[in-house]
Design a protein around this ligand. Structure first.
Ligand code: CMP
Length: 140
């Protein structure tokens, strides 16, 4: 498997509890390199564009409200099989179903306030990275 990139967000519930460093330590321990990172505060409209794929879901409004409630940390992670590896490190969307040792098992508060987002496929990763980062900001 070649070196791959994925997109990651450390969400408001985690930045608020000062968990950016411990979450990054989990990524790095799994062999993922943080090759771009910035702390930003999204507007609800910007969150809505990012999560447009969920626009018809009942939780969409709540999700956008939450993502705009506090700063987030957006990241590009790089490593072998990075998309899948990141999903393993994050654990299941619902922390009640997440494996021991995963970020969501240890830190997530609920299915909505679940501490991290990670791309679900390489194609999505490329789109999500392009929404937040210019090429020059990614230093592998
Ligand atoms: P994420 O990986 O960022 O992708 C979409 C997000 O929607 C997901 O994580 C959850 O935080 C959120 N989500 C999914 N299902 C629900 C739900 N039933 N209620 C509230 N939020 C949800």
């Amino acid at each position: 498997m070649a070196i791959q990139r994925t997109f990651s967000i450390i969400k408001p519930d985690a930045t608020k509890r000062n968990l950016t460093g411990v979450i990054n330590a989990k990524f790095e321990a799994a062999g993922l390199r943080v090759v771009a990172q910035k702390r930003i505060h999204l507007s609800k409209a910007q969150a809505g564009v990012f999560y447009a794929v969920h626009a018809e879901r009942p939780f969409y409004d709540e999700l956008c409200e939450f993502m705009a409630s506090e700063p987030i940390v957006v990241q590009v992670l790089e490593g072998e099989n990075a998309v899948l590896k990141n999903r393993e490190v994050m654990g299941a969307t619902n922390p009640a179903e997440a494996d021991e040792g995963t970020i969501r098992k240890e830190f997530a508060l609920s299915i909505g306030e679940n501490s991290v987002h990670g791309s679900d496929a390489p194609e999505t990763a490329a789109e999500e990275i392009a929404y937040f980062f210019a090429g020059l900001e990614i230093v592998g």
